[in-house]
Write a protein of this length. Structure first.
Length: 483
């Protein structure tokens, strides 16, 4: 019999609801305190909505870029210019579908959690001021939507409150022309000229999506290239694709302010340059939802950005208090949040637990082409963090890619020079999020390039390039061993 029986989880996103399911399965009495709806921003305003929007953009891009090569005839009547513009988008209809799917997903999660015996309370949770009681429990206060305050006792508390979009002081969103990524789904008409400020994952995904949907897009990047945190070769491919499709990519251009002038928006850069458009999307990072929760008063340490500091089993500096997800800033992915939440419950309830290992996390940028990565990176190799060799195979030599009209992308593998153990990989391709799984398995299981190369692949398939890259690494390793 475990000593921890009462679990209170503040926040119903992936870190929260996945933790609740695990804790309930292990026999704990679980309460989830949630303010906006189970699923959190991942389901309601971030991952699910954005990827639903991107799904529409992906269909349009794939068709527009390859229909002529594949022999598809369209729009036989009309001028040449009219025939070129074969498809359009009803953004209002797209966004209504986006919100409908998000609400349905949240409803499914709520049903799953409540069926498991979890109590869900609507409200804002915070830690009580009394600290730990003699029995080790803590008080959690719930501010209800009706103004009432409810007190709960918990043997362990999980903070999984997520984050919200960062706003620049001189670029305040109005929800109509100057927008955050949580507000774009209220648009009924496609922005004619969209300025995207920020070239990280969120900025790049929305810039690519809206360009595919038909907007004229200007991407304002304060860095030398788009996606500064991703593989340099992958970022170069994507930036080339963006420019080739007509996007105005402004590198080394820091936005200072944005203001609305009637039905126009002006973005003023640090050098005084003014960029004009009909709409502006601010994608300049996020801020953890940790304010006014009594965390520091309870002994929970926050870093300078307000993120909760945790160890590899999700413990904070306060006994009995765990944290998971974007509020920790560890790796801002829904999959990582969910794993952090599950690990926290395994640890709190005395079950077997394996500490979080970020080097086995597969991530994906949902642009076109997609960029998927896992394990050690080119930056890790360059700085000496990992001794590895690499092989990069462009997809233009892959037979299935040729058949599908895929011109951009590659598969890259990293392996240890002596043992040939696969330690990382990058895939730039349509559906890279699916193709990365075989490499993720290899990294997680410490497979060698010989083992990856000897596994059968379908012919023809894009995944065949993964096996071919492994074969080339094997040949290189053998040649180096004989020299």
């Amino acid at each position: 019999m475990v000593s921890v029986t009462r679990i209170v989880i503040i926040g119903g996103g992936p870190g929260g609801y996945e933790a609740a399911l695990v804790a309930a399965q292990l026999g704990a009495e679980v309460t989830v305190v949630d303010r906006d709806g189970l699923g959190g921003s991942a389901v309601l305003t971030d991952c699910v909505p954005s990827k639903t929007l991107i799904a529409t953009a992906e269909v349009m891009t794939t068709f527009d870029s390859s229909y002529e090569e594949l022999g598809i005839t369209v729009a036989q009547d009309g001028s040449a210019e009219e025939r070129h513009k074969v498809i359009g988008v009803d953004l209002g209809k797209v966004n209504r579908r986006v919100k409908r799917l998000a609400i349905a997903q949240s409803h499914d999660i709520t049903q799953s959690v409540t069926r498991a015996g979890v109590t869900v309370l609507r409200g804002r949770g915070r830690l009580g001021a009394g600290g730990q009681a003699v029995d080790g429990s803590r008080e959690v206060l719930v501010d209800g939507p009706d103004g009432t305050v409810q007190s709960l006792r918990a043997d362990a508390v999980l903070i999984a409150t997520g984050a919200h979009p960062r706003e620049l002081p001189d670029a305040q969103p109005d929800g109509e022309r100057i927008l955050t990524w949580t507000q774009v789904y209220d648009l009924e008409e496609l922005p004619r000229e969209l300025i995207v400020v920020g070239s990280g994952v969120t900025g790049a995904e929305f810039a690519g999506a809206y360009q595919a949907l038909g907007s004229e897009v200007t991407l304002v990047s304060s860095r030398d290239r788009v996606l500064p945190g991703e593989d340099p070769d992958a970022a170069e491919v994507l930036e080339d694709v963006f420019r080739r499709r007509g996007m105005n990519v402004m590198s080394r251009s820091r936005a200072q302010s944005a203001k609305r002038i009637g039905d126009r928006v002006e973005v003023i850069l640090a050098d005084g340059t003014v960029v004009e458009g009909t709409h502006c999307l601010m994608a300049v990072g996020s801020i953890p939802n940790t304010a006014e929760m009594g965390l520091e008063e309870a002994g929970v340490k926050l870093n300078d950005w307000g993120q909760v500091q945790v160890d590899r089993v999700s413990r904070t500096s306060a006994p009995g208090v765990y944290a998971a997800g974007d509020c920790t800033g560890v790796f801002m992915l829904a999959s990582v949040a969910a794993m952090q939440g599950r690990i926290a419950m395994y640890h709190a309830l005395g079950d077997a637990v394996q500490p979080l290992n970020l080097k086995t996390v597969a991530s994906n940028v949902f642009t076109d082409p997609e960029i998927a990565t896992v394990g050690y990176t080119a930056a890790d190799v360059e700085c000496g963090k990992m001794d590895a060799v690499e092989v990069k195979l462009p997809l233009r030599g892959n037979p299935r890619a040729k058949m599908q009209g895929i011109r951009d992308g590659f598969v890259k593998l990293f392996c240890r020079p002596g043992t040939g153990i696969v330690v990382g990989g990058v895939v730039v391709a349509p559906r890279a999020s699916e193709l990365i799984h075989s490499i993720a398995l290899a990294v997680d299981a410490n497979l060698t390039v010989e083992q990856v190369a000897s596994a059968f692949t379908v012919y023809p398939s894009v995944s065949g390039s993964t096996a071919e890259a492994a074969r080339q690494l094997h040949i290189r390793k053998r040649a180096e061993g004989e020299s």
